[in-house]
Every structure is written in structure tokens, then in C-alpha cells.
Design a protein around this ligand. Structure first.
Ligand code: HEM
Length: 206
């Protein structure tokens, strides 16, 4: 059995803090979204404060992964080529949809140069470099609405538009998180990826 050190301490710490804050944001976010005069999962003003503090901490924590990926070799695992996307993504998708249930071998097994399969790479990249910045920018703009320098956008108030984008991205990221956790259970044994994220070491059978 070969062992590869894939998750340095800073990645594990960033990820743990990120996951915990995400859970707080999802629960408080849902509470804010569905609260009315008859029902509050968490008291409205408490949910607002918790959501704001967790959001601010999440964006500060984001700097760790942003600069970590920029200045350490961890960034190499996120690099993609267009040719690669077109060819390899369908292969991985076919494996997730059919191959896995027929007991086939993973088409892109983990090694020291490849930590992520093509679908992981694309989704992690989109989450880290597109969806997370979008949720931070809209979140900060909602905390400080005076900085919204445009009054109206697409015929509606820019505050309303910012809120809409924030909520849509929040739902997409929540769905990502649950799909992400499910896909992390696809390992041998099922706990393999979770243990790797705790210890840093990935153990493979070849
Ligand atoms: C309770 C919640 C979560 C659990 C249990 C979890 C679990 C895991 C596990 C086991 C891995 C290692 C396997 C792999 O590399 O795919 C991983 C990696 C990763 N997760 Fe999560 N995750 C959670 C939440 C999140 C959230 C909310 C995000 C982002 C919004 C996220 C983003 C990532 C990224 C980017 C990696 C790869 C990090 C790297 O090695 O560079 N995770 N996660």
C-alpha cells in the first residue's frame, strides 16, 4: 500500500474552519430566508449577527486558500487545460453514473501529481475562484449597502439584485457541499477521503 502526503496542515485547517463556518452560514441563512412574524428558527437579530460574523470570518479564512494556492505547490492540483476538460470530464462523469456501480476502477486514480479527478478539479476551481468571491462581494455589499454605487440594475433596486445573487449563490454552494460530502464517501474504505483530510495522508492500494 502506497501513502502520499496530499493535504498539508494549512489546507486541513482552512478546510475545517471553512466547513464549520459554512454549516453556521447555511443554518442561519435558511433561518433568515424563511423567518416570518409567526416563526423563527433562530431569533432574527441573533441570526443576522451570527450570519454576518461567520461570513466575515469565512472571507478572512479564504485568504489562506487563495494565497496558499498561489504560493505553494497545492495550486498545481487546480491547473486545467481546455483539451483536457473536453476529453476527461465525460469519462469521469460516465464513471460516476455507471462505472462505479459496476465495480469498475476509477479512470483517474490519485497520485502525487493528481490529487483531484477532472470533475473535482472543475468544481473545486469554480467554487473557490468564482462562487466564493461572488458570495463574499455580495455579502459585504449587503453589510455595507452604502458602497453600492449603482442605484438600479436591470430595472430593479441594486440592493434587491445583490440580495438575489447572494441567495442564489448561497443555495448553489449549499447543494455543492452536500454533493461534495456524498462524493467524498466514494473511497475504499468509505472513510478513506475523510481520514486523508484529517491526517494529510492518502493511502492507495497500488
Ligand atoms: C462538513 C462539510 C465538509 C466535509 C465533510 C468535507 C470533506 C472533504 C474531504 C474528505 C476532502 C478530501 C477529499 C478531496 O480532496 O476531495 C475535501 C476536500 C476539499 N473540500 Fe471539502 N468538505 C466539506 C465542506 C467543504 C466546503 C463547504 C467547501 C467549499 C466551499 C469545501 C471545499 C473543498 C476543497 C476545495 C477541497 C480540496 C482542498 C485541497 O486539497 O486543495 N469542502 N473535503
Amino acid at each position: 500500500m502506497a501513502s502520499i502526503y496530499l493535504y498539508p496542515v494549512w489546507v486541513r485547517l482552512w478546510h475545517l474552519i471553512n466547513a464549520l463556518l459554512f454549516l453556521i452560514l447555511i443554518i442561519t441563512g435558511l433561518s433568515l430566508q424563511y423567518s416570518n412574524e409567526h416563526f423563527n428558527l433562530i431569533r432574527f437579530d441573533v441570526a443576522v449577527s451570527m450570519h454576518n460574523i461567520a461570513g466575515i470570518l469565512l472571507s478572512v479564512n479564504y485568504l489562506v486558500v487563495f494565497f496558499g494556492n498561489m504560493f505553494t505547490k497545492n495550486g498545481m492540483y487546480y491547473r486545467m487545460r481546455r483539451r483536457w476538460l473536453v476529453k476527461e470530464i465525460p469519462v469521469q462523469a460516465k464513471y460516476y453514473l455507471f462505472g462505479i456501480f459496476r465495480g469498475e476502477k476509477a479512470p483517474f486514480p490519485i497520485n502525487s501529481r493528481r490529487k483531484f479527478n477532472p470533475l473535482q478539479k472543475v468544481s473545486y476551481f469554480a467554487v473557490l475562484y468564482f462562487l466564493m468571491p461572488l458570495i463574499f462581494i455580495t455579502g459585504w455589499a449587503l453589510i455595507f449597502p452604502n458602497v453600492l454605487f449603482i442605484d438600479k440594475i436591470f430595472g430593479t433596486s441594486s440592493l434587491h439584485f445583490t440580495d438575489l445573487v447572494h441567495i442564489i449563490v448561497g443555495f448553489i454552494l449549499s447543494i455543492f457541499m452536500f454533493v461534495h460530502i456524498y462524493l467524498c464517501t466514494i473511497g475504499k474504505p468509505r472513510s478513506a477521503h475523510f481520514r486523508a483530510m484529517l491526517s494529510g495522508w492518502h493511502h492507495s492500494e497500488h
